[in-house]
Design a protein around this ligand. Structure first.
Ligand code: ZN
Length: 138
């Protein structure tokens, strides 16, 4: 069995963003040489997500509005976690949007649905953060 591990680094200049990382995962897959197997992609930080959905700007705007309703950033004093920091909402947004995705590898490619793309979701940016890509298979 082959095994491949890579960390992707991100430094988002804003507090929040959604970044399509599908091509970066495909680059890892090509380098791994795996034709049949699984790829795990997970955020290595508790205020960031990896998820799969549509690469459509209207939807990303809707996510932003929806997440801000569920866990508003301000007032930061509403959260017990915000002692010496202001990112309680980012932890909650991460929980909703998820930690990781697992995608099947078939014939050397990501076996995604037609409109499925892999995203990094940042909820407390302006610092360097990592995403783990782990590929196993033959
Ligand atoms: Zn925190």
């Amino acid at each position: 069995m082959k095994s491949f591990r890579r960390e992707l680094w991100f430094e988002v200049p804003a507090r929040r963003a959604f970044i399509n990382i599908t091509s970066q995962v495909e680059d890892c897959l090509a380098e791994s040489g795996v034709r049949e197997g699984l790829v795990l992609v997970n955020a290595m930080h508790i205020t960031a997500s990896v998820f799969i959905n549509d690469d459509e700007s209207g939807l990303h705007h809707d996510y932003e509005v929806w997440l801000e309703k569920l866990a508003p950033h301000a007032p930061v004093s509403q959260y017990h976690h915000n002692v010496g920091e202001d990112n309680a909402d980012a932890h909650m947004k991460r929980q909703i949007m998820g930690r990781e995705v697992v995608v099947a590898i078939t014939g050397g490619g990501l076996d995604l649905g037609t409109w499925e793309r892999i995203f990094y979701g940042e909820f407390d940016g302006r610092r360097r953060k990592r995403v783990l890509v782990k590929i196993i298979g033959e």
